[in-house]
Design a protein around this ligand. Structure first.
Ligand code: PHE
Length: 340
């Protein structure tokens, strides 16, 4: 019996020394110590031995069993440590390795410009109003004092959806919507997309952006319009900016004017960007709100006056960032977008 147990233990030790992973150990455990394992079977035979041999045999088998257990546990621990070491070695991070970084996106230049403009006006106490891109003929033309034969109303200039519903060709329709709400005084800006049936070229796009400004209160004068524009343009482009006012005509303002600003590239010296004039042309149109427009919205034009203007946002972005082609703003060329 003793010899037999010794052989069994030696075999177990031998097999264990070849084990490569926890599964091998488990297999050995089952072979020797499992329900029908070699050592377990010997334990079962004790009862058949003569009485005087039983204690000795029991003791020997228990000792062998413990030694077997210990051998297996030790090997198992060693294997676990080795496997861990191996895993750590395999998973070491190579800090010198170079991987392509994922680019994170950002707002397009035109939206950055819109936000910048809105912030400037908010800081001057203006409300920012969300605008509708699809609107009615009444809001876009009729109530803005634009006669039925006004050229802008024709289908060659404006995208109609039905006879009465259209893609707004300017943000001035927001003047009507805000005045119709009936709350006075008004001090608001509303920026967004506008649509005109224009051929695409370096300075035209059938979709572009405007920012509309409207102030209505008692005693609002041209001086308020001038002060607002000059504060805005200096905030946007710097304190040395000058504005130049030219008489113009819009059906919804009287008097009306167009405004040019010092060319921010050459600061008025004259350069290719401004065609050597020293001025950025036609940044905005505006004027004093026509009494007919106030009356169409139920506002007493004897008591209240107002000013309004519409800024070309794309033009502002082009001047500010020195772009020579409006299409750059919409082409989604990464080489362009990544610069801002
Ligand atoms: N809506 C005019 C345009 O699109 C600009 C404008 C706005 C003029 C407000 C006067 C007052 O050209």
């Amino acid at each position: 019996m003793e010899e037999n147990l010794k052989q069994i233990l030696d075999r177990l030790k031998d097999e264990t020394s070849y084990a490569r992973n926890p599964f091998d150990i488990e297999k050995i455990r089952v072979t020797y110590l499992g329900k029908n394992g070699l050592i377990t079977q010997l334990k079962k035979k004790i009862s058949k031995l003569p009485a005087e041999e039983k204690p000795m045999a029991g003791k020997l088998i228990n000792e062998t069993s413990k030694k077997a257990e210990k051998t297996l546990t030790q090997k198992s621990e060693t294997l676990k440590k080795e496997l861990l070491k191996q895993k750590i070695a395999e998973e070491t991070i190579d800090v010198t390795a170079h991987f392509e970084n994922h680019d994170s996106g950002h707002l397009a230049l035109i939206n950055q410009t819109l936000e910048e403009l809105e912030t400037i006006f908010q800081n001057m106490g203006f409300d920012v109003v969300e605008g509708l891109e699809i609107d009615t003929v009444k809001h876009v033309f009729d109530d803005l004092n634009s006669p039925a034969d006004h050229p802008a109303r024709s289908t060659s200039d404006t995208f109609y959806i039905t006879d009465d519903i259209l893609l707004r060709p300017h943000t001035s329709s927001m003047q009507i919507r805000v005045m119709n709400e009936g709350k006075l005084p008004i001090k608001m800006v509303s920026a967004g997309r506008v649509f005109r049936n224009d051929e695409v070229d370096a300075t035209h796009s059938p979709m572009f952006h405007q920012l509309e400004c409207l102030v209505v209160d008692e005693n609002v004068s041209m001086a308020n319009l001038k002060a607002t524009l000059e504060t805005f343009i200096k905030e946007m482009f710097g304190d040395d900016m000058q504005l130049r006012y030219r008489p113009h005509h819009f059906p919804f303002t009287e008097p009306s004017l167009e405004v040019d600003a010092t060319c921010p590239v050459c600061r008025g010296e004259g350069c290719p960007a401004c065609g050597n004039t020293g001025w950025s042309m036609e940044l905005l149109g505006g004027g004093m709100v026509h009494p007919n427009v106030l009356e169409a919205c139920g506002i007493d034009s004897e008591k209240y006056t107002g000013f309004a203007f519409g800024l070309g946002v794309d033009r502002i972005a082009m001047v500010k960032y020195g772009l020579n082609d409006i299409r750059l703003l919409y082409d989604n060329d990464k080489r362009f977008l990544e610069q801002f």
